[in-house]
Design a protein around this ligand. Structure first.
Ligand code: HEC
Ligand code: HEC
Length: 327
């Protein structure tokens, strides 16, 4: 009996070391975390090693900004889970933007970009920061000119897309790189997808029950493998919203104060929280949900006072921390 459980244990261990690989047309493997579905990848921008290399170099290069001081990674830091740790991002000439920088991990799964869902895909998203007055304050024709003066970029673009640096190749390459960014190796994944039922402490288990049960009621909006259902919701953080959120795109009054439900993976590491960074800690966030919200007319009817005990609150926080990727 003892031996059998040892073998089972070893099998499990072995299974958890094996990488789930998704083979693309050209045999370039994307490392999709175990238990995750295949992300949507546009037919005309399949990943190759050359495309990813080109995109990665662009992502970390301040050359994309007017005065060559700001790169994508100035606001999406690799060591902050691709966020910047600020309530509101700061761009070129220390200009203060309007929103909090979301993580780019698992961004391949998102059906829309930005807190208001204003951009439909990663390729098109690239234009926004380059041309934004608050971020890079530059423009694509000038970026293209600049890159065409640099031998290394000319070679990279030719190898990746069979053409010199162009708006086409730059936007696609960065999107290709972003589709290599996943996070799915947390204690939660260990528990759920690697079947390690001893991974959780009692507090974490209780926290999970609260999260996925009616008592804490987080799962209605955050209940998927990504911890977002990708919908737009008003989660009641204000009585009056200075940023109208989804309504900026739809111009519909019923969408005022609705924002894209963010993924909660790595939320331990991505403070401050919400579209404007208005909550500094997870404890504050839980306190907010416990209160039932500020009752804006568009507030989701799911929100209501939860009457959680101190222990419930700390167990919920303990569960949220199991979503932190080990890397
Ligand atoms: C000055 C800081 C800053 C820079 C530079 C910047 N970003 Fe962002 N990024 C943000 C902020 C803030 C948001 C959220 C904006 C919004 O929702 O309106 C964002 C959102 C995004 C999103 C959407 C994510 C989601 O969950 O909806 C992607 C993708 C992204 N940025 C990629 C990039 C790329 C690629 C570059 C470089 C070409 C870049 N960013 C440069 C601050 C920045
Ligand atoms: C009605 C849908 C809904 C429910 C229910 C809900 N949330 Fe949210 N959550 C959201 C939305 C929408 C945002 C972003 C709001 C904004 O930025 O203005 C958010 C943001 C968050 C954030 C901040 C993440 C970040 O990166 O900024 C955390 C943490 C969070 N929710 C945890 C929870 C927990 C824990 C529960 C259960 C107690 C819960 N949520 C219930 C919709 C919901």
């Amino acid at each position: 009996m003892k031996n059998i459980s040892k073998i089972l244990f070893l099998l499990l261990l072995f299974a958890s070391c094996k990488k789930d690989e998704l083979k693309q047309n050209n045999d370039f493997p994307l490392e999709i975390p175990k238990g995750f579905p295949k992300p949507f990848i546009p037919e005309n921008n399949q990943p190759t090693a050359e495309r990813i290399e080109f995109g990665k170099k662009l992502f970390f290069d301040p050359i994309l900004s007017r005065d060559s001081t700001i790169s994508c990674s100035s606001c999406h830091f690799t060591d902050k889970k691709f966020t910047d740790g600020l309530a509101i991002s700061i761009g070129i000439d220390n200009r203060l933007g309007i929103r909090n920088a979301p993580t780019l991990l698992n961004v391949a799964y998102l059906p829309t970009m930005f807190w208001d869902g204003g951009v439909p895909n990663l390729e098109q998203q690239v234009l926004a920061p380059i041309e934004s007055h608050f971020e890079m304050d530059f423009n694509l024709p000038d970026v293209v000119k600049r890159l065409n003066t640099i031998e290394e970029y000319k070679t990279l673009s030719l190898k990746a897309y069979n053409q010199l640096p162009s708006i086409f190749s730059i936007t696609r390459a960065i999107a290709c790189f972003e589709r290599t960014l996943y996070t799915g190796k947390s204690k939660y994944d260990d528990f759920t997808y690697y079947n390690n039922k001893n991974a959780f402490s009692d507090a974490e288990l209780r926290g999970m029950e609260l999260f996925f049960g009616e008592e804490g009621d987080c799962f209605h909006c955050h209940g998927t493998f990504l911890f977002t259902d990708n919908s737009f919701q008003n989660n009641g953080i204000y009585e009056f919203y200075s940023d109208s959120g989804r309504a900026r795109i739809t111009l519909n009054q019923d969408d005022v104060g609705l924002f894209k439900v963010p993924s909660l993976r790595n939320c331990e590491k991505t403070a401050p929280y919400m579209h404007d960074g208005s909550f500094e800690t997870l404890e504050e966030v839980i306190e907010h949900y416990n209160s039932g919200g500020k009752n804006h007319p568009n507030q989701s009817s799911i929100l209501r006072p939860l009457f959680l005990s101190q222990k419930d609150k700390s167990d919920l926080v303990a569960f949220l921390k199991t979503l932190t990727d080990e890397k």
